[in-house]
Design a protein around this ligand. Structure first.
Ligand code: PMP
Ligand code: GLN
Length: 384
């Protein structure tokens, strides 16, 4: 392999899926719903496939229907004014969107700040772009950052900061105060924010998702990345997008055109429909996941594993130290083979120097059928 990729291991999601399958464990690991996409959205895809006009290359930046839907969605939920022609790019999932943003907006030798624990593709993306990651940890049990540590991470070389809210794996939804602190530093140091908001519709109770692009002075320095995978339970469709100020989206588009050029055409039609679903759809999603969160939290209570109640996403980090003495990977293996439940050890979401911060946590996902969650609860109760 090339030096550029020689240090990359197999992603933890693949590793845990293989183990879970071998032991027939209930898989609360990968954020992969075990229920299907809503049937009306699927019907839109089938109709698009059969319409006789969507089976060849889509326009490189995305279909005009989906770009208009992304802009309308940002206006409807956040009051943002997005130019559908020059301010939106459709990508192969948020994963490609983030990579295209890093390649298109960061130079070799630049520094990019990432908040730990981080989604596992960020650091390989930064390294492949020839840039250097700089880490700022969230501290348990509340999973907040230390403002002084954040400030210290900014240098003359800082070009970008990748911000994920609602946050995988901590389940945090960053507050206006936290976001303002980040925004002020980014403005002071002329830093671009790559905002990963794929869980924007998975927020609970009275938490509110605030896109950092809506804060004063931030629109012109933020690209926002999202995806249809989470809000429409369609992770297999891999339709994502990047939106923001045209000057920044231009950089992302330049990279995107030579990564995938264009993405799956009929699916873009179905997602354009889905984004325009009425508020009742989005409220129903919130209620569905509040219920599933409750089932998983009850299971963790019964097992004696403490956690911070997630305000968003479909993940929770559970502290396993009351029931197990070992590393997260050891606990994950034990849980899969002896208890029959799979979770994700967060070691790969940290740089080696900070891995100890997550060393007593395992991530569980509740994007699962109620039956799966209840059964997992019965199995986890054996830990108590
Ligand atoms: N960012 C975060 C924080 C995620 O959890 C995910 C889910 N895999 C992604 C990005 C990637 O999204 P997609 O599946 O649309 O590529
Ligand atoms: N985002 C999902 C998770 O965090 C899936 C990630 C993946 O499989 N690459 O579980």
């Amino acid at each position: 392999a090339a030096r550029r990729v020689a240090s990359f291991g197999t992603t933890i999601f693949t590793e845990i899926n293989v183990l879970a399958q071998r032991y027939n464990a209930l898989n609360l690991g990968q954020g992969r719903p075990d229920f299907d996409t809503p049937p009306d959205i699927i019907a839109q895809l089938v109709a698009a496939l059969q319409a006789g006009q969507y089976n060849q290359y889509a326009p490189g930046p995305g279909t005009s229907s989906l770009r208009r839907a992304v802009a309308a969605h940002a206006a409807r939920f956040y009051g943002l004014e997005i130019d559908p022609e020059r301010g939106v790019i459709v990508t192969a999932g948020a994963t490609e969107g983030i990579f295209a943003a890093v390649l298109g907006l960061v130079d070799p030798g630049d520094e990019v700040i990432v908040i730990e624990p981080f989604y596992d593709s960020y650091v390989p993306n930064i390294l492949m772009a020839g840039a250097t990651p700089v880490y700022v940890p969230l501290h348990p049990p509340q999973w907040t950052f230390d403002p002084a540590e954040l400030r210290a991470a900014f240098t003359r070389k800082t070009r970008a900061l990748i911000l994920n809210t609602p946050h995988n794996p901590c389940g945090r939804v960053f507050s206006r105060e936290e976001l303002t602190g980040i925004a002020e530093l980014c403005i002071e140091h002329d830093v671009t924010v790559i905002a990963d908001e794929v869980y924007e519709h998975l927020i609970f109770d009275d938490a509110r998702h605030i896109p950092i692009a809506t804060l004063p002075g931030m629109f012109e320095r933020t690209v926002t990345v999202s995806s249809s995978g989470k809000a429409f339970s369609a992770t297999g469709w891999k339709i994502g997008w990047v939106y923001g100020h045209p000057d920044l989206v231009d950089g992302v588009a330049r990279a995107h055109q030579f990564i995938t050029f264009a993405v799956h055409h009929p699916t873009q039609e179905a997602i354009a429909y889905a984004l325009g679903l009425p508020d009742s759809y989005y409220c129903g999603l919130k209620e569905l996941y509040e219920h599933k969160r409750q089932l998983l939290l009850q299971a963790l209570d019964a097992a004696g594993l403490p956690y911070r109640v997630p305000e968003g996403t479909y993940f929770v980090l559970a502290d396993f130290s009351p029931v197990f003495d070992g590393t997260p990977l050891e606990f994950a293996r034990y849980l899969i083979s002896e208890i029959g439940v799979a979770g994700i050890p967060p070691e790969t979401f940290y740089c080696p120097e900070h891995a100890h911060i997550g060393s007593k946590y395992l991530r569980f996902s509740f994007c699962k059928n109620d039956e799966t969650l209840l059964q997992a609860g019965e199995r986890l109760a054996k830990l108590a």
